[in-house]
Design a protein around this ligand. Structure first.
Ligand code: DC
Length: 228
């Protein structure tokens, strides 16, 4: 059976990562959460007080960053490692979410992350989610999906997720963070979020996780079984 590259792009909190992870499990593919890489870089910059508007500082800092994903048997998911430290929990915190869009808009940061993402796709058999995966990272991917969901539903989903970790969080905070990230992610100069011309749209506002997986799995199997 031939192996392909599947990309899932879309705004924050559309359920891309969950879907991408399930899809990879079903196909026995590798799942890569590209947003986690930008989050880990942001965490490093915050911890080391790197001014990301200062090009030389960014270039130097990136030389000291190594990123990799390692399987966590307790959760059954891969955790993000930054310089050999498991930072999976820290990269999901609000101070990282508040700054990650600004950091990921920096050209040198994108070049650094994209180069590593492209290497991960060398052997195909990969599902990667993000913002520019179908447009910039893998423009020749065999299956590109653009995930969408109603903004109010996205806020509700993210609020529930964040509330479990931090019950003091307000719905307003979550809404403001999502709105500002949407704006920065789609208006930045370097590879802004946009739907690739050949991407299929998936609006999951009214779909359960099982239903959306079924739809996407069908698309994937159609492409995989097509003679090429
Ligand atoms: O998917 P996420 O919400 O964890 O992503 C965090 C941020 O990283 C998001 O606001 C924009 C940025 N990002 C990006 O610019 N390009 C990607 N391929 C993935 C994420």
């Amino acid at each position: 059976m031939r192996k392909i590259i599947i990309t899932l792009d879309g705004f924050s909190s559309c359920g891309k990562s969950t879907l991408a992870r399930q899809l990879a499990n079903e196909l026995n593919y590798v799942f890569i959460d590209s947003g986690a890489m930008y989050r880990a870089i942001t965490l490093y910059f915050l911890r080391h007080r790197i001014d990301w508007n200062h090009q030389a500082e960014v270039v130097n800092a990136l030389k000291n960053i190594s990123l990799d994903f390692q399987y966590n048997a307790d959760t059954g998911k891969s955790d993000m490692f930054l310089n050999h430290e498991d930072v999976e929990v820290f990269i999901r915190e609000m101070h990282v979410s508040d700054n990650v869009s600004a950091v990921s808009a920096v050209k040198e940061v994108r070049e650094f992350a994209v180069a590593q993402q492209q290497l991960m796709g060398n052997k195909k058999g990969i599902v990667m989610d993000g913002r520019d995966i179908g447009t910039t990272v893998f423009p020749n991917a065999e299956l590109k999906i653009f995930v969408m969901a109603d903004p109010a539903i996205r806020v509700e989903r993210r609020y529930k997720e964040m509330f479990e970790k931090n019950p003091t969080i307000s719905i307003e905070e979550v809404k403001n963070n999502l709105e500002s990230r949407d704006y920065i992610d789609s208006h930045r100069e370097v590879s802004p979020l946009r739907k690739a011309d050949d991407a299929i749209e998936l609006d999951n506002s009214n779909l359960t996780r099982e239903e959306q997986l079924e739809v996407v799995l069908k698309w994937a199997n159609e492409v995989i079984s097509k003679p090429h």
